[in-house]
Design a protein around this ligand. Structure first.
Ligand code: F58
Length: 830
């Protein structure tokens, strides 16, 4: 039996086993945690017991740095960035924390000494799926960069009990199941019962005059509950800075409502407490906001009020006057989901702190900055005024007041023009009236930014044009980035080692140093190593695919990957049209020379988005036929990887040869998957959309496969009366592909299954799939030819990686710090 007692309170050499980083300390700490936290001996411990024992061991070391960080901040009182986001997708923590602490190797050896394989424990971890896609993942990349750049920051959000649903593919269709990520406990979080705030809801407001004769308003809610903080430490790479991910969970203010209980309504009392505890239960699995979802507005208000109350508490501890709140904090609104914060901060300052309106408004407008992530008009959040009034009556009054003052300013600015006030108003005056959250965010913020150059320009020209005319200086661009720690070092250690051997390790903290690779791009020996790394990752992905999809794939085929949320504007169906085109070409001409390809898809569809679900069905239906057909064996395979996640992404990005970024130009705000692929040596086939434009600029047009209409051509085509039917009839290859799908060839003769999709494409085609089809196919033919020239392909792959420096989230965060937050590094000594 392994002796845990040996470990208790022991020091190893001059290290404490709680904090030491040596192999011996880690091994003893592991056994200690296994026994005293899990109550287990090694001999009977399950994989999960071992995972948690290691996680606690690592967490101790994080907490050590956390204490030092807090201590430093207490002394320095630095300016602090507060990131408000309804979503976070941090991925699994274990591997990353080992990496940032620099103890991967010592931990591996410590465990090996106990007969445990570290990779099994890393693989075991279930990730928090607290987000839908790009927006939540961006927030996680930002946390890593903020900590690595030593910027004091708190990321606030919601600790959903159930994250994004698990996707199961049954008979080719998506089935959703509950994500019970907390089932076996979460070793990374620290619950803070003493950091709890009241959250009020509903009721009405009342005017009164206070003792000093001031006119005031009070809010008399009909419900109150608690938000409690649950913290996760976020350590920067190679530094001691630990920032906070502070997520709020709901708790009934009382176990149950005694007042109601005493009146004999036991059930009513319990129902109330159950109702409030549902607020942080589940993440909305949509990639568009759902108008009228009461619970969603509740969630937004819930996490915003807890976060602002928390900032006010922290601010009080600094001894600074309330008038200087905006000097201490800069608050970033991650899209409009937390935009209610503008009204809530006003309420807290005016109603609760009894500040004058103008002073409070000055603080509010100096504190907030707003990031927009979408141009799609249907995705701009708005709440009906009646719903808003029923939940947040005081906020509605405050918004009306903000709006009245704002519209006065607008009328002064445009005295003779009609229409501006109506278009800019925070309230949309249609029946029923709506609160436009993007307008509230714009009015309440000192800075507004898009997430790629094209997106920021289109924002200024289209959805926020009137705001841009009014306040051009507020507008900025901050092109997204992703963290190279997660998406290169952690997920592609083979590539990371090769890079470090070749150019040294400076690239890890400054990705622009990858440029030094350029001089090796044509070196045959280096190219050989480069291909070996890629091949290893392709092999690993092949075995994942064999396990998850029971499909065996050819290692030498071109891995052609599209992994992202399923949406018509992202055009997974355009990808399928290409697959069917190749399939038909082989069937018609079996001897045809074709570059062998494996098409890999991954991504979830919103449960209520029928067309997206049909697109998943189409991928699987085509895959079923293609993968079984002996005529194409060895040349085409199609797989749909179920339940795409950050963790699966770690296996996918490094293995890809080709990255599909084929959205309709003008629709994808930025994209970040495009960066992850390219950073790992995949070449991109893409449109001039989002950050693709800048990726192409950086890597060079000759190393990027561009096709399709640009954003201006897209809007012109649509406004001139687009007729997809004519394109369908005018292109025989396209027609025969669509007809093959339509005649039931991929659906056991059932012509009905894919008819809605075909009708949509041939009659309506809002995302111009058919308009771009011919250009896409021609471009894919170029890809196929290019892949056959191995040395040239490898050169392009190397140059892609070498020129990706711009797309590190460290660069993005440095720009936010400089241009928006005015935040500077605060180093922490241990
Ligand atoms: C994404 N938005 C953009 N929204 O689509 C993508 O282009 C961009 O790269 C990324 O943000 C980061 O800037 C996105 O992921 C959501 O998932 C929201 C979830 C909640 C409802 C509204 C959409």
């Amino acid at each position: 039996m392994t002796e845990p007692r040996r470990a208790i309170n022991q020091d190893v050499g001059n290290e404490s086993i709680r904090t030491g980083l040596s192999e011996e300390s880690i091994r003893l700490a592991f056994l200690d945690n296994l026994f005293y936290v899990q109550g287990r001996f090694l001999e009977v411990a399950s994989l999960n017991d071992k995972f948690k024992a290691l996680a606690y061991t690592v967490r101790d070391r994080l907490l050590h740095r956390w204490v030092s960080t807090i201590h430093t901040y207490q002394q320095v009182n630095p300016r602090t960035v507060c990131y408000l986001s309804a979503e976070y997708l941090p991925g699994p923590f274990l591997g990353n924390n080992l990496l940032t602490l620099g103890i991967v190797d010592s931990t591996r050896r410590a465990l090996a000494g106990l007969g445990i394989n570290l990779d099994d424990l890393i693989e075991h971890e279930e990730e928090p799926g607290l987000g839908n896609g790009g927006l939540g993942r961006l927030a996680a990349c930002f946390m890593d960069s903020l900590a690595t750049l030593q910027i004091p920051a708190i990321s606030y959000g919601i600790r959903y009990e159930f994250g994004i649903f698990n996707q199961v593919i049954k008979d080719g269709s998506q089935i959703e199941t509950t994500d019970k990520w907390l089932r076996y406990g979460n070793p990374w979080e620290v619950r803070r019962p003493s950091i709890a705030y009241n959250v009020k809801l509903g009721g009405y407001t009342e005017q009164y005059t206070d003792d000093q004769g001031h006119f005031r308003v009070r809010w008399l809610p009909n419900e109150t509950f608690h938000g409690v903080a649950i913290d996760t430490p976020i350590l920067g790479y190679g530094v001691n800075t630990v920032n906070l991910l502070r997520l709020w969970t709901t708790e009934a203010a009382e176990a149950f409502d005694f007042h109601t209980f005493n009146r004999g309504d036991y059930e009513g009392a319990v129902v109330r407490s159950v109702r409030s505890s549902t607020i942080s239960k589940v993440l909305y699995p949509n990639d568009e906001p759902e108008i009228g979802k009461r619970l969603r507005l509740l969630q937004q208000y819930f996490f915003v009020t807890c976060s602002l109350q928390d900032m006010l508490r922290i601010h009080r501890t600094t001894g600074m006057s309330l008038e200087r709140f905006h000097e201490k904090f800069s608050i970033q609104l991650n899209d409009t989901h937390p935009a209610i914060a503008v009204a809530e901060l006003m309420r807290l300052l005016v109603d609760e702190q009894h500040m004058e309106w103008d002073a409070a408004w000055h603080i509010t407008q100096s504190t907030f900055a707003y990031t927009n992530h979408t141009l799609m008009p249907e995705a701009l959040e708005k709440w009906s005024v009646p719903l808003f009034r029923s939940l947040l009556p005081r906020h509605l009054e405050i918004i009306y007041e903000i709006n009245a003052r704002f519209l006065d300013e607008v009328r002064l600015r445009y005295p003779f023009e009609s229409g501006h006030a109506e278009r800019l108003s925070i309230i949309d005056e249609t029946d029923p009236r709506y609160v436009r959250m993007a307008h509230l965010a714009c009015v309440g913020s000192f800075a507004i930014n898009g997430v790629a150059e094209l997106h920021s320009r289109l924002l200024m020209e289209t959805v926020l044009r009137d705001f841009y005319d009014l306040w051009p200086a507020k507008f900025q661009n901050k092109t997204n980035g992703v963290t190279p720690r997660h998406f290169m070092m952690l997920s592609n250690p083979g590539l990371a080692s090769l890079l470090t051997e070749t150019i040294g390790s400076d690239w890890k903290n400054d990705l622009s140093n990858l440029r030094a690779l350029e001089q090796h791009a044509d070196d045959p020996t280096f190219q050989e190593c480069w291909r070996r790394v890629k091949r290893e990752r392709k092999k690993a992905l092949a075995s994942t695919i064999a396990k998850l999809c029971s499909v065996s794939i050819e290692l030498d085929s071109l891995y052609d990957v599209q992994a992202k949320r399923i949406h018509e504007y992202k055009r997974q169906h355009l990808n399928v049209l290409h697959i069917v085109t190749l399939y038909e070409r082989i069937k018609l001409n079996p001897g045809i020379e074709i570059t062998p390809r494996t098409f890999i898809f991954g991504g979830k569809a919103a449960p209520g988005y029928a067309m997206a679900k049909l697109m998943i069905q189409l991928v699987n239906a085509v895959g079923d036929v293609v993968n079984r057909d002996h005529d194409v064996a060895g040349r085409l395979k199609v797989v749909f990887l179920p339940n795409f996640s950050v963790k699966l992404g770690y296996g996918v990005y490094p293995a890809a040869d080709l990255s599909q970024q084929i959205s309709t130009a003008g629709k994808e705000a930025s994209g970040t998957g495009n960066m992850k692929f390219s950073m790992n040596g995949a070449l991109t086939i893409g449109t001039l959309d989002g950050a693709n434009v800048e990726i192409r600029e950086e890597v060079g047009a000759e190393n990027f496969f561009l096709f399709g209409l640009n954003a201006e051509e897209v809007s012109r085509t649509l406004s001139e009366g687009y007729r997809p039917w004519e394109i369908y009839n005018g292109n025989p290859e396209l027609k025969s592909v669509i007809d093959l799908i339509g005649c039931g060839f991929f659906s056991h003769g059932d012509r009905g299954v894919f008819q809605p999709l075909i009708d949509n494409l041939t009659r309506n085609d809002p995302y111009l799939v058919l308009a771009d089809y011919a250009a896409y196919i021609a471009c894919q033919d170029l890809v196929s030819a290019a892949y056959r020239d191995t040395a040239h392909w490898t050169r392009m792959s190397i140059l892609n990686v070498a020129r990706m420096g711009k797309f590190s989230s460290d660069r993005t965060i440095a720009e936010y710090c400089r241009d928006i937050w005015r935040a500077t590094p605060t180093p922490v000594e241990l």
